[in-house]
Design a protein around this ligand. Structure first.
Ligand code: B12
Ligand code: SF4
Length: 582
């Protein structure tokens, strides 16, 4: 069995979802994951790259996906076979509050001497709560922790003092110690995300299925490239906003990757994959000069992959033309959140644009080679009412009427949680929010409630939890009809979604009755929902496949993959390092 210096585990949202009866709701319809939230953080790859390039051996195991794909996959048995020197578990997204702590418990029972290290945005926010759990030994705080993680692993191995490790929360003789946040990098170039390195990890442990990012990746082999750490915007509901970053990462403005570093990463990926590459973050946040410089460099690469651009403010026509000039295949993502300009203005005080400006951008993009344009709306915003949500759907019709089939619209509820660190979480009264959970433990308890109406950690002055749930299905139903009318989806798909929405609505009503009358779910609903993640919670606001990009028959460059495999097997001697818990 090859050595593992650091075992990175990605937990399911709820452990063990296969034995629970929960109606999770359409909380993940607009992302590649299912309600298990099986996608692991991009940071797993940057951490693995960094540690591997410093001589350590890292294994990534997407436990959530393994559990989904194989009902008999036994987590304790699997972990018992491994001999890691340290274990890392992400609590990046708060919806993993249940699964992450349960996995830590299991790991600790099996390997009591192995240090368990947590990290991620939610672990950072709740570091003092998290460290109190007996199975958690260390929490690394911040969204840029590769060098501190390396120090922690080497100090654990050599016996050097832990108090020198930056950004670390730990415990010593029963008391919690919080080391200063000394590592806040000035540029995001210090790490990379080399696909070649990840392929070597797959080959070393002969385990491809544990490294796959999400269920259905083979059908939608999208890769993501992060362009920035943090964000310049101030969206009130977002835990990755500028003010949340100040709170969590001590960063007053975002940290960007340089155009050179960014384009190198895109090129590295294109050597192995023909699939779409999603650029995470609006390039214009770093200024138009930075964005145009990136595009200039991108043009010289002549890569054929589809590049997906997201914009947070409204870009200039010049920027759109520069994209069109730089890449042959591109698409655009816009997130106005609401059609109502008053709601939009409240959501992001820093940047505001009128609908008319957005419509100009849409017109310009569609006059170019933009082959797909997705417009995203959200439910659960400050000042947003049920009527406002339904008017948003009417606005979608206006957009459909004034565009072609390349444009589509999506709407989803903000869920299951409003992000900790966001303005709405930190200052709920002022923004009209009522929170049902504040601590980590309270969120853990919410996650195992019978239905998403009770799982939501908030309601607003304008919409109760019941309203949020009802209007989600109502809006989804009308939007689905419009997509059929304006040929955004075909009849089979439209009919299928209409049926799914209708079934989900009925179940939601039955659950509402049974849980309020008897305080617990009746046997019939329990039977319907036992181990169920798909039937009532996936594709119940739109068909997940609407978000897939064009598919290539051969999405991977197998010759290049073979080259790496051959070079790996003919040259596999790696430095070893011993890490033990102090
Ligand atoms: C890109 C992105 C996505 C991508 C996913 C990309 C990916 N696989 O990571 C998509 C669009 C799919 C997505 C989905 C979701 N997202 Co998101 N996402 C982001 C975004 C915009 C950037 C994150 C990023 O790329 N960072 C760069 C990478 C390289 O770093 P990283 O992954 O953060 O990893 C570093 C650290 O966090 C830490 N770390 C992470 N894990 C671990 C584990 C250990 C052991 C250690 C030591 C350290 C560590 O170290 C890493 C390296 O330095 C942020 C907002 C922002 N401005 O930051 C939101 C954000 C992280 N997402 C958020 C949310 C809520 C979600 C969803 C739950 C939304 C939903 N209901 O669908 C889902 C969950 C997806 C899932 N697991 O299946 C919230 C999280 C708030 C919270 N506390 O929970 C954020 C902050 C803002 C937001 N609302 O979008 N997201
Ligand atoms: S939701 Fe707003 S604040 Fe959050 S990452 Fe997107 S643009 Fe930035």
């Amino acid at each position: 069995m090859p050595q593992i210096d650091f075992l990175l585990l990605h937990p399911p949202s709820v452990y063990d979802f296969r034995q629970k009866a929960i109606m999770y709701g359409p909380i993940s319809d607009l992302i590649p994951s299912s309600p298990v939230f099986e996608m692991y953080p991009l940071g797993f790859l940057t951490m693995a790259n960094y540690l591997e390039s410093h001589g350590l051996k890292v294994r990534i195991v997407n436990l959530a996906l393994r559990m989904m794909n194989d009902v008999s996959f036994d987590v304790p048995k699997f972990l018992a076979k491994l001999k890691p020197k340290a274990i890392g578990i992400d609590l990046h997204w708060l919806p993993h509050a249940h699964g992450s702590i349960e996995i830590a418990k299991i790991a600790k029972e099996i390997h009591p001497e192995v240090p368990v290290i947590f990290g991620g945005i939610s672990a950072t926010y709740f570091h003092e709560d998290l460290i109190q759990y007996p199975s958690v030994d260390y929490v690394l705080r911040g969204d840029s922790i590769e060098p501190p993680l390396y120090s922690l692993l080497t100090n654990l191995s050599t016996g050097a003092p832990i108090k020198t490790v930056p950004n670390l929360t730990w415990k010593s003789n029963g008391s919690v110690r919080v080391n200063p946040r000394a590592f806040v990098p000035a540029t995001a170039d210090y790490v990379d995300l080399l696909p070649e390195q990840i392929m070597k990890i797959v080959m070393r442990y002969r385990d491809l299925q544990s490294v796959l990012p999400f269920n259905g990746w083979w059908q939608n082999p999208i890769t993501a490239v992060f362009t920035v750490k943090g964000c310049a915007h101030e969206c009130t509901t977002c835990g990755g906003s500028n003010q949340a970053n100040e709170l969590l990462n001590g960063r007053h403005s975002p940290t960007f990757r340089t155009p050179k570093n960014l384009v190198k990463n895109i090129l590295d990926i294109s050597r192995f994959s023909k699939g779409p590459i999603f650029l995470v973050g609006d390039l214009c946040q770093a200024g138009e000069h930075h964005a145009l410089e990136t595009l200039k460099r991108l043009k010289t690469t002549k890569i054929k992959n589809e590049i997906v651009f997201e914009v947070f403010g409204m870009p200039s026509a010049e920027y759109l033309r520069a994209i069109d000039d730089a890449v042959d295949n591109w698409s655009l993502e816009l997130s106005p959140e609401s059609h109502d300009e008053q709601v939009r203005r409240l959501q992001d005080k820093k940047v505001f644009y009128h609908n008319s400006e957005m419509e100009e951008v849409i017109k310009e993009a569609l006059s170019l080679r933009c082959h797909r344009l997705d417009v995203f709306f959200m439910i659960g915003l400050p000042k947003q009412t049920k009527e406002s949500v339904m008017t948003t759907i009417r606005y979608c019709e206006h957009l459909f009427q004034n565009s072609d089939t390349r444009l589509s619209c999506f709407i989803s509820p903000m869920g299951p949680f409003v992000d900790p660190g966001s303005k709405c979480f930190e200052d709920p009264d002022r923004l009209g929010y009522r929170l049902f959970a504040h601590t980590l433990e309270e969120h853990r308890q919410l996650l195992v409630q019978p239905s998403w109406e009770q799982i939501l950690n908030y309601e607003t002055r304008w919409m109760s939890r019941e309203d949020l749930v009802d209007v989600t299905y109502d809006a989804a139903e009308v939007l689905n009809t419009l997509k059929l009318k304006y040929a955004r989806i075909d009849t089979t798909r439209g009919q299928n979604i209409a049926n799914r929405i209708s079934r989900a609505k009925k179940l939601k009503d039955r659950l509402r009755l049974s849980t309020s009358n008897q305080e617990e779910m009746s046997l019939i609903e329990r039977k319907m929902l036992l181990g169920e993640i798909h039937n009532f919670s996936v594709s119940t606001v739109c068909d997940k496949r609407e978000l897939f990009w064009r598919h290539h028959l051969m999405s991977f460059k197998w010759l290049e993959i073979l080259r790496v495999a051959i070079s790996f097997y003919s040259n596999s001697n790696f430095k070893q390092l011993s890490v033990t818990k102090k």
